[in-house]
Design a protein around this ligand. Structure first.
Ligand code: PMP
Length: 298
């Protein structure tokens, strides 16, 4: 379906410094992961269709229509993984951006470039993190819509991450303009209170995360509990029994300290631990009841 010569070494690419997507952040992205299963010698891409559906949604809302169908994008991704003979966990980044080299930051030009690249960096993640509530507010849904993965929106995340790091925290949480808890700089947020698992609704200026949705399935199917979407106040954060963040890159990440206040007993909580264990098995293709979530590469 696609010419082999469309798969190129990224060092051979060039882009005009006049490119409008680059100058104004007029683009949208996705973040997908594939997981290597050693026993089955198989690479499983996790919820590929759902990621590309969200990609198309972002493109539609932002006037950056993605120039390929969901099926075509899935096939390009599979070919990219095959050509690179990937046999390890890998992060996949689709990017679509405005192609014109004109000054006006309008979104009318029909030329939208698509690129998909791989990031094979392996890092040793911390088992749990301490975070702060950022002095930066989450961009509102009527500003740069956080329900889309717009490239411009990541400046909001970047400011919060930098401030947090400069102040000695591992990450940052955003509040909305109304003061409700929104989400992490690049992750969704959950709190656990007794047997209640609560997460902010999409209307509290969050990205509807695919990991967040997977957690809803785990909470219901594996723990026999239900996930509640409900606005969360800052104090409810501090007083929660457990807090965790979710995202494609980090999976399920326990938060044990917020604004120098210990969460629960300062250790990874039992419900977080159960969700984390189920999630790690699901993404690696070890739970057959979630078969519809996988795309096998080999
Ligand atoms: N919120 C933001 C702002 C993000 O950048 C991400 C990462 N894509 C998430 C939430 C988590 O979304 P997902 O679980 O789909 O990776």
């Amino acid at each position: 379906m696609f010419d082999k010569d469309r798969f190129v070494d990224d060092r051979s690419l060039s882009l005009s410094i006049k490119n409008k997507g680059l100058n104004y952040g007029l683009g949208c992205i996705e973040g997908i992961r594939a997981f290597w299963n050693k026993e089955q010698k198989q690479l499983f891409v996790f919820r590929l269709d759902d990621h590309f559906k969200r990609f198309h949604g972002s493109g539609k809302s932002l006037y950056i229509p993605i120039p390929y169908s969901i099926d075509q994008l899935s096939e390009i991704t599979r070919q990219l993984l095959l050509i690179n003979q990937v046999t390890q966990d890998v992060y996949i980044r689709p990017l679509c951006f405005k192609g014109a080299n004109t000054l006006r930051p309008d979104l009318n030009d029909p030329l939208n470039h698509l690129a998909i690249y791989l990031d094979l960096t392996e890092y040793e993640p911390k088992p749990s993190i301490n975070v702060c509530v950022s002095s930066w507010t989450r961009v509102g849904s009527n500003m740069i819509p956080p329900q889309t993965k717009s490239t411009a929106g990541y400046l909001n995340s970047g400011l919060a991450i930098n401030e947090a790091m400069l102040n000695g925290y591992d990450g940052a949480l955003f509040l909305t303009r109304e003061g409700n808890v929104s989400e992490g700089a690049t992750n969704n947020l959950f709190i656990v209170r007794g047997y209640e698992v609560v997460t902010p609704p999409v209307s509290d200026d969050i990205l509807p995360g695919i990991t967040r949705n997977t957690v809803a399935q785990i909470v219901y199917r594996e723990l026999g509990l239900s996930m509640r979407e409900q606005s969360i106040t800052r104090v409810e954060l501090y007083e929660a029994d457990e807090v965790f963040l979710t995202g494609t890159a980090i999976g399920i990440k326990p938060v044990v300290e917020i604004d120098r206040r210990m969460i629960g007993n300062g250790k990874i909580g039992p419900i977080t631990q159960k969700i984390q264990k189920a999630y790690d098995q699901i993404v690696r293709g070890e739970m057959s009841s979630y078969i519809s979530y996988y795309t096998s590469v080999y």
